[in-house]
Design a binder for this molecule. Structure first.
Ligand SMILES: Cc1cc2nc3c(=O)[nH]c(=O)nc-3n(C[C@H](O)[C@H](O)[C@H](O)COP(=O)(O)O)c2cc1C
Length: 245
C-alpha cells in the first residue's frame, strides 16, 4: 500500500475542518442535479455492518414538499417548548428554502443481518440492542460521507434529526412515499450559507484520546454533565468557538 501523501491528508482535513453547520441558505440558489449525484456517490461508498448498506436517500426538490417538512419541524419546535424540554431548538423556517434537501431513510429490518438469535430470548434482546447500534452507525457513516462531499462542493450543511419520533414518521412517510417498514431517520439540508458559517467549539485532542487505558482525567460524572448542559450547551451549539472556555 502506498503511504498516504500529506497532500491527500491536508485536502481531507480541509474538508473535515471546513464542514460547519449552517441553518439558513440562499433561497434562490438551484443545486445542479449532478451535485446531488456527487453527494450521494460519496454516501454510496460508506462502510456498513455486514455490508448491508441499510440506507436510502430521497432528493426533494418540490417546494411544496419542502414546506410540508418545514411545517413539521416548526410544529415540533413549538411542541418541545411547550413540553419545557429546555433543549435550545433552532429556527427551522429555513428548511423550506434550503436549495438542497435530502431525506435519509434507514431500513431497520437489516438488524436481522447482524449477529442476532431471533428467538425472542433475553440473550437475543442483548444482541438486538447492539445490532440496532450497528445499523445506526452504518447509516451515520454514509450520511457523514454525504455531508463531507457537500462541504467539498462548497456548501454549508445541516444535519437534522428532530424527526425520528413515531408521530413524525406517520406524518411524513405518506408525503414522501416511504413504505411503512422503513424509517425516516434524518434530513440533510445544504446550500450556499446565508451568513458566514462559524466554527463551533470542539474538544481538544487530549480530551478525546487516551493511550492504552481510559484516562480518568477525561471522565465526567453525571453531575458534571448536568452542569455542562446548564452552563455550556447553548454556547457550543449556537456560538463560535471563541465564546467557550
Ligand atoms: C446526529 C446529529 C444530529 C443532529 N441533529 C440536529 C437537529 O435535529 N437540528 C439541528 O439544528 N442540528 C442538528 N445537528 C447539528 C449539530 O447541532 C451540530 O453538528 C453541532 O452543533 C456541531 O456544530 P458543527 O456541525 O458546525 O460542527 C445534528 C448533528 C448530528 C451529527
Amino acid at each position: 500500500m502506498n503511504a498516504p501523501t500529506s497532500h491527500a491528508f491536508d485536502a481531507l482535513m480541509q474538508i473535515v475542518r471546513e464542514r460547519k453547520t449552517s441553518r439558513a441558505f440562499e433561497p434562490d440558489f438551484v443545486v445542479p442535479s449532478e451535485h446531488f449525484d456527487m453527494i450521494l456517490e460519496a454516501a454510496r461508498h460508506a462502510p456498513s455492518g455486514a455490508n448491508a448498506q441499510p440506507w436510502h436517500y430521497i432528493v426533494v426538490t418540490d417546494p411544496a414538499v419542502k414546506a410540508t417538512i418545514r411545517d413539521y419541524f416548526v410544529a415540533e419546535q413549538r411542541r418541545r417548548a411547550k413540553l419545557k424540554m429546555k433543549f435550545p431548538t433552532p429556527n427551522y423556517q429555513h428548511v423550506a428554502t434550503a436549495p438542497g434537501l435530502i431525506v435519509v431513510v434507514a431500513d431497520f429490518r437489516y438488524i436481522r443481518a447482524f449477529p442476532v438469535l431471533n428467538d425472542g430470548s433475553d440473550l437475543d434482546r442483548m444482541y438486538r440492542e447492539n445490532a440496532e447500534r450497528i445499523l445506526l452507525q452504518s447509516v451515520a457513516a454514509s450520511t457523514m460521507s454525504a455531508h463531507l462531499a457537500a462541504t467539498a462542493l462548497g456548501y454549508g450543511v445541516w444535519w437534522i434529526t428532530a424527526i425520528g419520533q413515531e408521530e413524525a414518521q406517520r406524518a411524513l412517510k405518506p408525503v414522501l412515499g416511504v413504505p411503512d417498514d422503513l424509517a425516516v431517520i434524518d434530513i440533510m439540508c445544504f446550500g450556499p450559507p446565508l451568513q458566514a458559517p462559524y466554527k463551533r467549539w470542539k474538544k481538544s485532542l487530549d480530551e478525546i484520546r487516551s493511550f492504552e487505558r481510559f484516562d480518568m482525567a477525561n471522565y465526567r460524572t453525571p453531575a458534571q454533565i448536568d452542569e455542562w448542559i446548564k452552563t455550556t450547551r447553548h454556547k457550543v451549539m449556537y456560538r463560535d468557538e471563541s465564546n467557550v472556555d
